[in-house]
Design a protein around this ligand. Structure first.
Ligand code: AP5
Length: 208
């Protein structure tokens, strides 16, 4: 079983959705930089204050803020880890490689038009970070998280113009990691379209 898994893929490709299912099934620690940064923004920490402006525009938060944070979280994690949203630049990938070997880089491949539909209708839980979709994966009770009962919200960066910029930033900064991990022999690309369960069965095979 692969024990250090990196989830790659554009915004909205399903990294959070699949990563959460996988961490529940395998008992691995899921480390999501996006969730950590949003929590820091909500709590008004120094990191949150610095990160907010970048996140709101769909830009990446500077490498120096992210790398130190993730090094610490990875060092604290026990057992297998699923990295969701990190690394996102070659510099971050090199920093990660100094700390541990990645067993599997799982790349979820989804076309831009589908990503925009997914993100603009996404609803998120501020408490437990569960994600829903108004059409594809609605909560049982409208506006309420199935898992913890909190009121769902729409992320500030899920507005269409910000989504478009996030896709551009992804292509310029994060897409090169596909070739990076291919060269290392750890890349598996999965078409990220179809039902959440159909995709998950392919994810499960890739981690064996
Ligand atoms: P982050 O939170 O990591 O955002 P992201 O990578 O853009 O990814 P998303 O969370 O938007 O999408 P996802 O792939 O997890 O899809 P999801 O499962 O939710 O980062 C946010 C910001 O933080 C960045 O822009 C940046 O500023 C900063 N940041 C984070 N990490 C950083 C780093 N390392 N360096 C620098 N800056 C960093 O699914 C999306 C929707 O689709 C949901 O509604 C879901 O229900 C639905 N869905 C999922 N699967 C399916 C399916 N199969 N069919 C239909 N709908 C589906």
């Amino acid at each position: 079983m692969k024990s250090v898994i990196v989830l790659l893929g554009p915004p909205g490709s399903g990294k959070g959705t699949q990563g959460e299912k996988l961490s529940e099934e395998l008992g691995y620690t899921r480390l999501s930089t996006g969730d950590m940064l949003r929590e820091a923004v909500r709590n008004g920490t120094e990191l949150g204050k610095k990160a907010k402006e970048y996140m709101d525009s769909g830009a990446l938060v500077p490498n120096d803020l992210i790398i130190g944070l993730m090094k610490e979280k990875i060092a604290q994690a026990k057992g297998g880890v699923i990295l969701d949203g990190f690394p996102r630049t070659v510099e971050q990938a090199d920093a990660l490689a100094e700390q541990l070997d990645v067993d599997l880089a799982l790349n979820l491949d989804v076309a831009d038009e589908e990503l925009i539909t997914r993100l603009t209708k996404r609803r998120s839980c501020p408490q437990c970070n569960a994600v829903y979709h108004l059409v594809y994966n609605p909560p049982k009770s409208e506006g309420v998280c199935d898992k913890c009962g909190s009121a769902l919200y729409q992320r500030d960066d899920d507005k269409e113009e910000t989504v478009t910029n996030r896709l551009k930033v992804y292509r310029e900064n994060t897409m090169p990691l596909i070739a990076y991990y291919e060269k290392k022999g750890t890349l598996v690309t999965i078409p990220g379209v179809g039902s959440i369960d159909e995709i998950y069965s392919k994810v499960e095979k890739a981690v064996q």
